[in-house]
Design a protein around this ligand. Structure first.
Ligand SMILES: Nc1ncnc2c1ncn2[C@@H]1O[C@H](COP(=O)(O)OP(=O)(O)OP(=O)(O)O)[C@@H](O)[C@H]1O
Length: 289
């Protein structure tokens, strides 16, 4: 479905390539997650994959052909929902989708049906300018699915959604996968990646550091780890996480055990998020660095 070989990309005018020597394949029916902190290059990678940025080096084959040479029919086979959708704000959701439908030469779903997919049927006749950010995102997802694309590119598909709507969108993605579609998504959200993705790629500074299934990643990094909560000198509560097998050699752990008031100790499995920090040395969200 997608084959990327030694792909690098530099934005015009920038000296350094933003993406460097990327290699990966995505199979039909897979949900593939590009995970990484802000500025890692996830969106740029997606823009190369959808043919928006064609001046890459290396090879990028999508749906059988080199993407730099793709033609209009390619866009009838893919669906794209990026974070900032381009809607006609003064038109209603229904009018917007009707307008987008006319752009396709392939069969498209009825507008009401598309709105039902994302639970917006009751707001069909409201102007998009009066939609919340989350509603616009859902409308954008409906737009990207209207023409039954084989391949979907989603940028942060659940960001900004409340838990109910996020769960609904997750179900919609699972349904798309069950119907045989391939999904490439970007996210900062490790929980989403764990729940949805068949495989994930850790992207940092424009490079892919690791690709695997969430289950295998967690098994390999695996083991359990111990979380120690202790009282810090400044009065705050601090936490330290140590893989169980490193406990006997872990100097900081021993120092805390000997010199601080311990509030709790328990063991749990390492999350994908903690694994990301271990593998890349970087946090997914700046506040955690
Ligand atoms: N049009 C552009 N021209 C020059 N540099 C750009 C352009 N767009 C993005 N960049 C730079 O490319 C790098 C990667 O950006 P990109 O948007 O791909 O990251 P990201 O991982 O998707 O981040 P986020 O999670 O915040 O969306 C950043 O350093 C960004 O500043």
């Amino acid at each position: 479905m997608i084959e990327v070989h030694e792909m690098s990309y530099a934005y015009p005018g920038s000296k350094q390539p933003i993406l460097q020597d990327m290699n990966f394949q995505i199979g039909t029916g897979e949900i593939f997650g590009l995970l990484g902190p802000s500025g890692a290059g996830k969106s740029t990678t997606q823009k190369v994959l959808i043919g928006m940025l064609k001046d890459y080096t290396g090879s990028v084959k999508v749906l059988g052909g080199e993407i730099a040479r793709s033609n209009r029919t390619f866009y009838e086979k893919i669906g794209v929902a990026f974070e900032f959708p381009n809607f006609y704000m003064r038109l209603t959701a229904r009018e917007n989708l009707q307008m987008f439908r006319t752009l396709y030469s392939v069969p498209t779903v009825e507008v009401n049906e598309a709105l039902r997919w994302v639970s917006l049927e009751d707001y069909a006749d409201r102007k998009v300018q009066d939609y919340s950010k989350g509603m616009k995102m859902r409308l954008n997802l409906a737009r990207s699915l209207m023409h039954h694309p084989q391949l979907l590119f989603l940028d942060e598909p659940t960001s900004g959604l409340d838990p109910t709507n996020a769960a609904h969108i997750k179900q919609l993605m699972i349904k798309q996968k069950e119907e045989g579609r391939t999904i490439v998504l970007t996210t900062h959200n490790m929980a989403l990646a764990e729940q949805l993705c068949d495989r994930v790629a850790f992207v940092v500074d424009g490079k892919i550091r690791l690709i695997d299934t969430p289950a295998r990643l967690m098994k390999e990094a695996g083991q359990t780890q111990v979380e120690v909560k202790y009282a810090h000198e400044d009065g705050s509560v601090k936490a330290l996480h140590v893989p169980t097998h490193e406990l006997s050699q872990h100097t900081q752990f021993h120092s805390i055990m000997n010199s601080h008031e311990l509030l709790s100790i328990h063991s749990h499995e390492m999350s994908l998020e903690q694994l990301f920090i271990r593998v890349t040395g970087r946090a997914l969200h700046e506040a955690e660095q």
